[in-house]
Design a protein. Sequence first.
Length: 87
Amino acid sequence: FMLSGQMGASLSHAVPHGNPIEIFVAYSESGPLPFPISPMYSDYISTTVGLMSQNTTLLYWGNASPTGVTKKNTIDDIFKELLSKVT
């Protein structure tokens, strides 16, 4: 599983971020994932989507509507799907 997103602050700081702006998730049940593009780049989602194989599931929560991903209504919907794959 790969979890990425814009958290409203630098991801390099070890401070909890309570107000996420968007969350982007990729998972594959058949193989490894490539390294993602950093969220510090404005086109990180579209570039990362282009790196993923066809059998990768891509989930998104936030205000944008990126192409190539399944947009979820809540963060909870994303984690419910992820947990259903590992339990």
